[in-house]
Design a protein around this ligand. Sequence first.
Ligand SMILES: Cc1cc2nc3c(=O)[nH]c(=O)nc-3n(C[C@H](O)[C@H](O)[C@H](O)COP(=O)(O)OP(=O)(O)OC[C@H]3O[C@@H](n4cnc5c(N)ncnc54)[C@H](O)[C@@H]3O)c2cc1C
Ligand code: SF4
Ligand code: SF4
Ligand code: SF4
Length: 408
Amino acid sequence: MFPFGGITSKNRFFKGVSSLIICELDKCSGCCACYNACKHQAITMTEDQWGCIYPLVDEKHCTRCGVCAEVCPEHNRPNLNTPVKCYAMYSPYKKDMASSSGGAATVLGRCVIQKNGVVFGTVYDKEGTLVYNSAKTEPELEQFRGSKYVYAYLGRTYQQIHELLSNGVTCLIVATPCHIAGLRAFFRKDWPNLYTLDLICHGTPPMRYLRQHTENVTHSRRVNRVTFRGINNYYLSAYERNKKIYSKRGDEDAYFSAFMNGLTFRENCYQCPYAQIQRVGDLTIGDFWGLDKDTLDGYPGKPSVILVNTEKGDRMLSWIEDVVVMKQSVVDKAIQGNSQLIAPTTRHPHREVFRSSYLQNGFSGAIRDTDIPDKMRVAKMRNMIIRVPRYIRNRRIKRKIQTFMRQE
Ligand SMILES: Cc1cc2nc3c(=O)[nH]c(=O)nc-3n(C[C@H](O)[C@H](O)[C@H](O)COP(=O)(O)OP(=O)(O)OC[C@H]3O[C@@H](n4cnc5c(N)ncnc54)[C@H](O)[C@@H]3O)c2cc1C
Ligand code: SF4
Ligand code: SF4
Ligand code: SF4
């Protein structure tokens, strides 16, 4: 878990000492660049009342050297690039069907491992907290697979990457754009052996909400993994070790519905500077919602969109072109149905109600004070209406087959 527990609104602004604020809290992405850069161990990453992670500066150890502000992407925003090419892609390898979209992140990671490189991605730790970690082998990489719709804690990841790069090791990091921005601001120079892949990103809620929600719905404190997508569907599933103990359609689950409706993100997500077509990573990946069915010859799964933003991105794509199915497309199509390539997610109108109720009533109580339960009820009705004719149809088909078999 994190170094120490919640900070209160009283010391949230570091006891009013403005010189110790690294960046405004409503802009801070919790990227940990400052935490990785401070040589005086004066920064601790800590949770606020809602469980969002922010840096807290210990005045006693701080020398006022200013390095933390220099590496903060809010002060020194890295250059962004306009995508030069756009592709629709999926991996035909059966195992990669378990990926969230076409498997681009996993296939690229595999190539880096085959080149004796190291891949950085996200995995649940022993306590079930989502953290970034490194993978040097394919089984380790396998654990990163799947979108986890929650904030991932970086800890000392940038220091680890720095050490590897200095030793000539090729590194790939797959991350939300704000965390790639933190890494690039931390380095302040380009490393030829560093490759970055940013995700098209809707926003991230704090881990505390997810933990409280899974405890409420499973009555278990031992949930150590949560998945959000199955093959071609959105389901929130909670696991104790490898046993699934809860699974619900995304639009019928309170956490997932609140996520989709923009109620629960970190404050900075609503003004995200990376929710636009100019990109921070060498490559960008996401779901290709705007793709017409024939582009990939009627591929039944959910293809990835890949935006190539730099020369390095182009090089990365050349590693995988022989092992995946890929068709060139246009950036405008990628934007269709993917509003995160145009603007940040809109703040839900009940967000403030939710946030103040949360402090008294916890996650499930605060959800009840919003329109999310109504949205879930409507979704449930709609899903039932869709399911019933399918059920009747299936029974009819079954009866027809049985009659046919009897006649034979
Ligand atoms: C919080 C979040 C919001 C997203 N919102 C959108 C969206 O609005 N529109 C869209 O088109 N796509 C969105 N995506 C991206 C999409 O869901 C897929 O992750 C992406 O297409 C990659 O699919 P894949 O098959 O290549 O990845 P896989 O092979 O399944 O691998 C998934 C990769 O994503 C990384 N990852 C998973 N969760 C996180 C996380 N919380 N933080 C950082 N890295 C993570 C894993 O470490 C892994 O490297 C979002 C992803 C996340 C994590
Ligand atoms: S000013 Fe220097 S010593 Fe103080 S927190 Fe920032 S990096 Fe650390
Ligand atoms: S470097 Fe990152 S974590 Fe630190 S203040 Fe800036 S945005 Fe927040
Ligand atoms: S929406 Fe922006 S700020 Fe929020 S997690 Fe995604 S990239 Fe980071």
